[in-house]
Unconditional design. Structure first.
Length: 160
């Protein structure tokens, strides 16, 4: 039995398939990129909480009795200041692309019931200066915040 080669697709069918492929690609691009406003750079960080020395515990979980509600990232770029906050239990946060371009001073701190924690009750990494470029993301990596959570009768504890 002799097999006949398949009949070539008509020109109109090939044009239709190519057109549908282009429409799908354009739609996908709009879905992925169309809703993102890029007015500056973004900052990404992760965090862990650790008790001050004197405790044998490792990391502290925000959901288990620690009164830290939020983690705040502050920035100052040429006198323009702003901040973003995330739930402490998220463990990770990324800003939108709205950090102004330029030399930014970035700081991280815990927040208790809507107010920044007393600086004497925690230790966070020193402010970090990074150059913000429109459309780029700065990664601060993993940030460790050390909290005073014991001996609260002798010294103030975080969020008290």
């Amino acid at each position: 039995m002799v097999s006949m080669p398949p009949e070539p697709l008509s020109l109109s069918h090939r044009v239709c398939v190519a057109w549908l492929t282009r429409v799908r690609c354009a739609t996908l691009c709009l879905l992925v990129h169309g809703c993102t406003n890029v007015n500056g750079g973004a900052v990404e960080l992760s965090w862990k909480l650790r008790p001050r020395s004197g405790s044998s515990a490792g990391f502290i979980d925000c959901r288990n009795g620690i009164p830290v509600d939020l983690i705040e990232l502050d920035w100052d770029v040429n006198g323009v200041t702003d901040a973003r906050q995330w739930n402490c239990s998220d463990g990770h946060g990324v800003t939108a692309f709205d950090v102004p371009p330029g030399a930014a001073l970035l700081t991280v701190k815990p927040v208790c019931l809507g107010k920044p924690a007393d600086p004497s009750t925690y230790s966070a990494p020193a402010p970090e200066r990074r150059n913000v470029i429109v459309g780029n993301t700065i990664s601060l990596g993993a940030v460790e915040v050390v909290l005073q959570v014991s001996s609260c009768d002798m010294q103030p504890c975080v969020c008290q």
